[in-house]
Design a protein around this ligand. Structure first.
Ligand code: AP5
Ligand code: MG
Length: 190
């Protein structure tokens, strides 16, 4: 069982690459952002709560997000491996993931981080915003706030996994196919 944190800033290509990796290796893909969007659409209690934060371009509080993540993981007791996309995003989330997985005799095997410069991220998200229906994709100001939040709170997790010798940085600029190959080279050696 190989559990991967697929990491990167908003627009780095986590969702795009996670789907390819999932199909290739028969893994479970859990995207916290997608779970939130699903719940917002269904107007569940979790969705309504998450919406209040996401609409303000803020992170959803750790306690809510961690509880939801654990519920998601528990839906797949026979998973061959999990790709965590968009989680963890804070040190507290990373510690909680570690504690939760260890309680099941499991662990995060690697962080694969997609490195993409901010101007490329902004361009990609603005293009996606034309069709995604995601309000936070549609203005450069909102995208910049999300990127600032990422650089302040989330980027530090690279050090967190580096200290455990689990960090693998990947050049996230190029075609989807080129990046897929770079990720697979790392994954195959784990
Ligand atoms: P989330 O859905 O995780 O959004 P995000 O991190 O902002 O990342 P994105 O989904 O925007 O980007 P991505 O890296 O998946 O890139 P994609 O493949 O789509 O989270 C949404 C919100 O939920 C957060 O802002 C937060 O409020 C909340 N939230 C989620 N998780 C949370 C947590 N753990 N704690 C607290 N709050 C949380 O690619 C982007 C675009 O580029 C696409 O259009 C794609 O087609 C295109 N593209 C991809 N690869 C390439 C390429 N190589 N070349 C050109 N274009 C490309
Ligand atoms: Mg995504």
């Amino acid at each position: 069982m190989k559990n991967i944190v697929l990491f990167g800033a908003p627009g780095a290509g986590k969702g795009t690459q996670a789907k390819l990796l999932k199909d290739r290796y028969n893994l479970v893909h859990i995207s916290t952002g997608e779970v939130f969007r699903y719940n917002i659409k269904k107007q569940t209690e979790l969705g309504n709560l998450a919406k209040t934060y996401i609409d303000k371009t803020q992170l959803v509080p750790d306690d809510v997000t961690i509880k939801m993540l654990i519920n998601e993981v528990e839906r797949f007791p026979n998973a061959k491996g999990i790709i965590f996309d968009g989680f963890p995003r804070t040190e507290h989330q990373a510690d909680s993931l570690c504690d939760f997985l260890s309680s099941k005799g499991d662990k995060v095997d690697a962080m694969i981080a997609l490195e993409v410069p901010d101007p490329v991220l902004i361009e990609r998200i603005l293009i996606r915003g034309k069709s995604s229906g995601r309000v936070n994709d549609q203005s450069e100001d909102r995208i910049r706030i999300r990127l600032e939040n990422y650089h302040e709170n989330t980027d530090i997790l690279k050090d967190y996994y580096q200290k455990q010798d689990k960090y693998h940085g990947i050049d996230g600029v190029g075609t989807v196919e080129e990046i897929r190959k770079r990720i697979q080279q790392v994954y195959d050696k784990l």
